[in-house]
Design a protein around this ligand. Sequence first.
Ligand code: FES
Ligand SMILES: [Fe+2]
Length: 305
Amino acid sequence: MVRGVDLQLRGFHNVCQHRGACLAEPGLTRSPRLVCPYHGWTYDLTGRLCSTPIASGPPAGHPGVWSLEPAAVAEMAGFVFVCSGEPWGTVEEAFEGLAEELARFPLRRLRLGRRVEHQARANWKLLAENFLESHHFPPVHPELERITPTDRAGTLPPRGAWFGGTMEIRQPFETVAVDGSLGGRPLLGFPTRIVHDYLIFPSCMLSVQPDYLLVYRLWPEAANLTRITSEIWFAPSSSADPSFDPTPVFAFWDRVNAQDRAICERQQQGLASPGFRGGCYATVEESSHRFAAMVARSYLGQRPW
Ligand code: FES
Ligand SMILES: [Fe+2]
């Protein structure tokens, strides 16, 4: 994805149209052009081929056919969405009602506290389904169940290609952290004892806590391997406060996320057993079922919701 001098965000498949080398490395950079590391074909930020070394110039006469292949991009609530195939519609259509829902939180202004990557030896869908239900809390995450009990979980009515849910923070806790307290960390917005969770189909998960935002993204690497990017974002004033201490939040989620990876890896192993007959969805697993139906429709090339 690039943002040109016209400030327009554009997305392209990361492949040079000469001999097919990947153009850009992962990560952020500033550059007025995209230069292929193989033979030096150079594209401007609108994706147009603007120069080539003499030796590897393309056949003349068809300017434009050597442009980068575009991918649809859109922005919402400070997030960028990219669709490498045929989009299901605009983000407003696909995620109907989500922008209004997220507008309650100052997401665009938050400061990144930490970004870590993990791998789970499990299919990405198991990790997504794990995010969509909380009745695994008592056996898998007793420390989370103590603060946000599963019997006080709520689900937002289904709308578009996203899921929303709430968890209530039990008295006397103030937030979800090792000590259950805010420890002087500023609130993101208004005082609240409600955690808001969202899964933006297919693979982005958000959890808005009183004093921080969790963002998880799932990157399928193989049928049984997923790379997970986990970020924790804090209120803008946190970066200026020398006494600001994020460690009770980091420590809590390091533990809980490791528990989720471990249980999903265990499920992945079990699913490979010839003794597993296909399973079932319990009533409280309505969201997991809706998710599975959305995946199935996507695989059929249909609009997922
Ligand atoms: S593959 Fe990119 S310049 Fe040759
Ligand atoms: Fe979990």
